[in-house]
Design a protein around this ligand. Structure first.
Ligand code: G3P
Length: 214
């Protein structure tokens, strides 16, 4: 299972969490990665943790003040990027452009979406993966894999209908190993989470708990 920890703009120490991700990753069969803010990418990548961007824009080098260029995210040491997070919504054309920009920079892509219909639309754009995250469960500690299993199974089915090789992740409220196991049983290949690690008193213990049953 892939466990991708999104640090959002939480007031956590991104380097300390990245060190915990790197450490726990060496002791599990799961794949752990961390997505810090853009300004922290380089310092996080230097820890050796698999590092992801939280966003890239559908642009190339040029006159794009204030935008995030995929090549710069890759130069900073990231190997992948989120696109269209619920807290960073994009139009369909811009999601498509961001996937192309990430492909150009050799970044792996996870496109987030609210529900199975959006997952189908996102999967048709052929990112590497899609992640279903019901916005109403984000940050609640109520795990989507247990609170709303139908939405996860429907998202897996929606992605399979339009694309053969797009992985499906789920997120929102995931914080324990049981939540990750439940996500796998619903047909996903991983989870996207934030507060369960970024707001934990002991991020290493939180990560160990997440991967313990895997
Ligand atoms: O990107 C992950 C996220 O939106 C879920 O947040 O805090 O519910 O794990 P959280």
């Amino acid at each position: 299972m892939f466990v991708l920890v999104n640090l959002k703009t939480y007031p956590c120490d991104p380097v300390a969490i990245a060190e915990a991700v790197s450490d726990v990753n060496e002791r599990t069969d799961a794949r752990l990665a961390v997505a810090p803010q853009a300004a922290h990418l380089e310092r996080v990548a230097e820890t050796g943790a698999e590092t992801w961007g939280q966003h890239v824009d559908p642009i190339e080098h040029g006159s794009n003040t204030g935008h995030t260029l995929a090549e710069s995210v890759a130069d900073a040491g990231a190997v992948g990027t989120l696109i269209n997070h619920s807290e960073r919504r994009e139009k369909l054309a811009d999601i498509d452009g961001a996937i192309r920009a990430a492909d150009r920079a050799d970044l792996e892509t996870v496109v987030c979406a609210n529900n199975p219909a959006q997952i189908g639309a996102a999967a048709a754009l052929e990112p590497d993966a899609v992640a279903v995250e019901p916005p109403e469960l984000i940050g609640t500690g109520t795990p989507v894999s247990q609170a709303d299993p139908d939405i996860v199974e429907d998202a897996v089915a929606a992605a399979e209908t339009v694309a053969d090789d797009v992985s499906v992740l789920c997120g929102a409220g995931i914080s324990t190993g049981d939540d990750v196991v439940a996500a796998g049983e619903l047909g996903t290949e991983g989870v996207l989470l934030a507060s369960g690690v970024a707001k934990a008193d002991d991020p290493t213990a939180a990560l160990e708990d997440l991967v313990a049953p895997l």
